[in-house]
Ligand binder design. Structure first.
Ligand code: PNW
Length: 446
C-alpha cells in the first residue's frame, strides 16, 4: 500500500534533549537544568548542558534531515531561551528558532512547533510551578511571543507535549523535573497544564494541536471485576483524563471520582472547560507501548497516582532497552479507538520509536535491525488504521538524534541517526537509511 498523497514523513526532537548551549545567548534555567544537576536524579549524573549540541550544529542537522528524505520536522521551543528571568523577550533566543524555521522552509521541510516539551522556567517553579494556576497565564503570554515571531511561517502548532508526564511524572512520581512527590500538586498540575493549553489555543486560534501519550489498556483477566476496574482507572488516568477535556470539553466522571481525594475538582473554575475543550485542528499521538493491568497483587507498579492498586503485568513480549514491551498492534487499537469514541480530527503520530543497546562501528555506523523492525511493524499498524478510515496525516520517528533521554540520560539511545557524544558527529543508522527509503517511496516495502 502507498500512503496517502502528501503524507508527512518526519522525525522529532525536543529542545532540552538536543540543544545544549544551556547558558548561552541569555538562556535562563529550566526545571530540567536544576533537576539534572541534582545528584541522584538522572542516570550517570547526565545533564542537558551540551546534549547533542544541536544549538551549534543547526546547519548540520538540517542537512541530515534532507539526507533522510524528511518532509516534516517536529521540534520544541525552549521557554527559558525565549523569555528571560524578568519576563522580557530574549531576541537571541527567538533568532535561533527563526533560523531553524527558515532553514526548514528552504528545504521544503514542514515545521511542527511544540511550545512546551517540559522545560518550565525555574523562576516559575520557584512560585509553585504547574501547581500554581498563574503558570497557565504565563504560558499564554509566552505562546503569544512565539506566535508573534513565527506565526507567519509555522502552520502546525502544538501547545503541550504529553501533559500526563509533565504533571504526574514531574509532580506525582517525582521521576521527572521538578521531582516532586506530591499527589495533590500533581492533580493541580493536570488541570493547570490543560488550562494553559486552552489559553494558548485561543491565542494561536488556527492550526492548533496538542500531543498526548496514549496507550491501549487491557485487563489481565477480563472476567475478574478487580482487574477490569484497575484497567478502567489506568485508562482513565493515562488516556481519558486528557482526551475527554480536550476533545469533548468535560472531565470523565469516573476519573473525577478517582481523583476526588486529591482535591482535583477544586482547581476547576467556571469557563475553564470551555477554553480547554475549544475545537482543535488536529491531534498528536505519541505511542510506545501498551498496559496490561491487574488489580490483584503482583506485577510492577508504575506510579499511577490515584490508582495505587493497579499493577502492570508482563505479556512476555520482546522489550526495548527502556523495558517497554513492544505492542505494534496497540497503535492500531489507539487510533481505531480515537476514530470510534471521539470527535474525529486529523491525526499525526508525533512520536514513535525505540531505544536499543546500539553498538557503533569505528565510522559511527549502527546496524540496528531491531529498530528498523520496530518502525516497520508500527508503520504497518498505521497503514491498517488508514485503511480502516482513520485520518492519519503524518508520522514522526522519535528521534532524529540520540539525545538526553530524561531520567535515563545519554545511556538510552532513540535516534535514527547515531550521535558520538565526544565528536558530535551524526551518522544515520541502518534504521535511518531504511526510513529514508520509505519516506522517498511514500510506501513500506512489499
Ligand atoms: C516521550 N512511558 O515520553 C517524550 O515525549 C520524549 O521526550 C521521550 O524522549 C520519549 O517519549 C521516549 O521516552 C514518554 O512510560 C515518557 O511509556 C514515558 C513513556 C512514554 C513516553
Amino acid at each position: 500500500m502507498v500512503f496517502p498523497e502528501g503524507f508527512l514523513w518526519g522525525a522529532a526532537t525536543a529542545a532540552y534533549q538536543v540543544e545544549g548551549a544551556a547558558a548561552e545567548d541569555g538562556r535562563c534555567e529550566s526545571v530540567w537544568d536544576v533537576f539534572s544537576r541534582t545528584p541522584g536524579r538522572v542516570a550517570g549524573g547526565d545533564t542537558g548542558d551540551v546534549a547533542a549540541n544541536h544549538y551549534h550544529l543547526l546547519d548540520v542537522d538540517l542537512a541530515l534531515m534532507t539526507e533522510l528524505n524528511l518532509n516534516a520536522y517536529r521540534f520544541s521551543v525552549s521557554w527559558p531561551r525565549v523569555i528571560d528571568d524578568d519576563g522580557a523577550v530574549n531576541r537571541k533566543g527567538i533568532d535561533f528558532y527563526e533560523r531553524l524555521v527558515d532553514g526548514l522552509l528552504d528545504r521544503d521541510i514542514t515545521p511542527f512547533l511544540t511550545l512546551y516539551h517540559w522545560d518550565l522556567p525555574q523562576r516559575l517553579e520557584d512560585r509553585g510551578g504547574w501547581a500554581n494556576r498563574d503558570t497557565a497565564q504565563h504560558f499564554a503570554d509566552y505562546a503569544q511571543v512565539v506566535h508573534d515571531a513565527l506565526g507567519d511561517r509555522v502552520q502546525n502548532w502544538t501547545t503541550l507535549n504529553e501533559p500526563y508526564c509533565a504533571s504526574l511524572l514531574g509532580y506525582g512520581a517525582g521521576v521527572h523535573a521538578p521531582g516532586r512527590r506530591e499527589p495533590r500538586a500533581a492533580a493541580a498540575a493536570v488541570h493547570h497544564l490543560l488550562l494553559a493549553h486552552g489559553l494558548a489555543r485561543s491565542i494561536i486560534r488556527s492550526n492548533v494541536s496538542i500531543t498526548l501519550n496514549l496507550y491501549p489498556v487491557d485487563p489481565v483477566n477480563p472476567d475478574d471485576p478487580v482487574d477490569v476496574d484497575a484497567a478502567r482507572r489506568v485508562d482513565g488516568l493515562q488516556n481519558r483524563l486528557f482526551l475527554d477535556p480536550v476533545l469533548c470539553g468535560r472531565y470523565p466522571a469516573d476519573v473525577l471520582a478517582d481523583l476526588e481525594p486529591l482535591g482535583f475538582a477544586d482547581h476547576i473554575r467556571s469557563g475553564d472547560l470551555a477554553l480547554i475543550g475549544a475545537p482543535l485542528d488536529s491531534l498528536g499521538v505519541n505511542y510506545y507501548t501498551g498496559h496490561h493491568v491487574t488489580g490483584q497483587p503482583g506485577g510492577t507498579t508504575p506510579e499511577w497516582i490515584g490508582s495505587e492498586h493497579a499493577h502492570n503485568v508482563s505479556r512476555n513480549l520482546p522489550t526495548t532497552a527502556m523495558g517497554w514491551e513492544e505492542l505494534p498492534e496497540g497503535l492500531f487499537t489507539v487510533l481505531n479507538r480515537l476514530h470510534h469514541e471521539y470527535p474525529r480530527l486529523p491525526i499525526h503520530i508525533t512520536e514513535n520509536g525505540a531505544a536499543y543497546d546500539d553498538v557503533a562501528d569505528h565510522r559511527g555506523f549502527v546496524d540496528d535491525p531491531a529498530r528498523q523492525r520496530y518502525f516497520e511493524q508500527h508503520l504497518r499498524a498505521v497503514e491498517k488504521a488508514i485503511e480502516a478510515g482513520v485520518d492519519v496525516r503524518g508520522y514522526f520517528a522519535w528521534s532524529l538524534l540520540d539525545n538526553f533521554e530524561w531520567a535515563e540520560g545519554y545511556a538510552k539511545r532513540f535516534g535514527i541517526a547515531h550521535v558520538d557524544f565526544d565528536t558530535f558527529d551524526r551518522t544515520p543508522k541502518l534504521s535511518g537509511r531504511w526510513y529514508a527509503t520509505v519516506a522517498r517511496a511514500n510506501a513500506l516495502p512489499e
